[in-house]
Design a protein around this ligand. Structure first.
Ligand code: ASP
Length: 339
């Protein structure tokens, strides 16, 4: 039976109530073992649990936590056959995306999971998540990539989105088929096409000033947008646009600013606000102007994966043409090929 290492980072799955609301709580390993005392009939793989320090609500998570995860994976990679990361759901898809870009090709599965209701509470989905993740970890058909197991599905980590605040089926990947469907049995509709190989565990240089998002909306302030675009610490920007990638132009003024920012060497990514479908930069005149401004059309990447991709690539020291070249391609299946 394969052996699995579980890294517990915090999140609802192991939280307990306090006078301030749910807070992360140590001892999840023992509590899981107690809940899985009937584990033998489940035929689960053997697993160890490491509690990361500090245990956090994932809303507090910053990119240095991705480095700590990568370091733990590196330390334990030779000893285990698969890895499960227990994390809060609020930023789980950011972590799964970031780790997919950091590690690159994998020869073992890394599966993120968590829950909407804490372990031990009535109707908790925690045990289902853990049992599913463990079964998937032990399954020979589980793709060797960073994935996210939740409710009845296994998703590519860098395609996943938290789509429900209340529903137990909290995650989906609107632009990519599920990697596996968990019904009575586990079904893998198609094999993963991603490259298998030895992971790159190198940490990223964390620079919290480097990446920003500019969300466009009716009534937005051009003045405020200009303040952000003039910030010299900026290295990568996600332009969060309408529909197939259309911006407001402010009669050309915003586009002129973007052009100047691009010439300064800032990487500009066009990501759609739509939940489904890709950017077609140039379908409309408003969007076509972005081509001249040097903005990269990001196909159907999610906002979360775009932020993680920029953060990891910049954190690995990429800039200029090299950074743009990598941004124009899918690194770990995070988007369809770009137009
Ligand atoms: N706020 C929690 C967290 O992300 C929510 C959850 O785990 O579901 O840590």
């Amino acid at each position: 039976m394969p052996s699995v290492l579980m890294l517990y980072t915090g999140g609802t799955i192991g939280m307990q109530p306090s006078s301030q609301g749910y807070v992360p709580c140590a001892g999840v390993g023992e509590r899981l073992v107690a809940h899985l005392a009937l584990g033998d009939p489940y035929r689960l793989p053997v697993f160890d649990v490491i509690e990361m320090q500090p245990l956090i609500d994932s809303a507090e998570l910053m990119p240095e936590a991705w480095n700590r995860l990568a370091a733990q994976l590196e330390n334990h990679w030779p000893r285990y056959d698969a890895f499960v990361v227990l994390q809060g759901t609020d930023t789980m898809e950011y972590s799964a995306s970031a780790l997919s870009f950091m590690l690159g090709a994998l020869d073992k599965p890394v599966i993120f999971t968590g829950s909407q209701i804490p372990l031990g509470e009535p109707r908790s989905d925690a045990l289902n998540s853990v049992v599913s993740a463990l079964q998937l970890a032990a399954h020979p058909d589980t793709p060797r990539e960073v994935s996210l197991a939740f409710h009845d599905r296994l998703l590519r980590g860098n395609r996943a989105r938290k789509v429900r605040t209340q529903g137990l089926d909290a995650f989906d990947s609107p632009n990519f088929p599920w990697l596996a469907e968990l019904g009575i049995g586990i079904r893998f509709p198609q094999p993963s096409a991603l490259l298998i190989g030895k992971p790159n565990f190198a940490p990223i240089e964390v620079d919290d000033e480097a990446v920003a998002v500019l969300p466009l909306h009716p009534g937005m302030s051009l003045r405020r947008a200009k303040v952000l675009l003039a910030d010299k610490t900026l290295k990568g920007l996600v332009l969060y646009t309408y529909g197939v990638g259309n911006p407001l132009s402010f009669e050309g003024e915003l586009l002129d600013c973007l052009k100047a920012v691009n010439e300064r060497g800032v990487a500009l990514l066009n990501v759609t606000q739509c939940a489904q479908g890709e950017v077609v930069q140039g379908a409309y005149a408003t969007g076509a102007a972005l081509n001249q401004a040097g903005v990269i059309a990001s196909s159907d990447i999610t906002l979360e994966a775009a932020i993680a991709k920029l953060t990891v690539l910049i954190g690995r020291g990429l800039d200029g043409c090299e950074l743009r070249k990598v941004l124009k391609s899918a690194v770990r299946g995070e988007c369809d090929s770009m137009r």
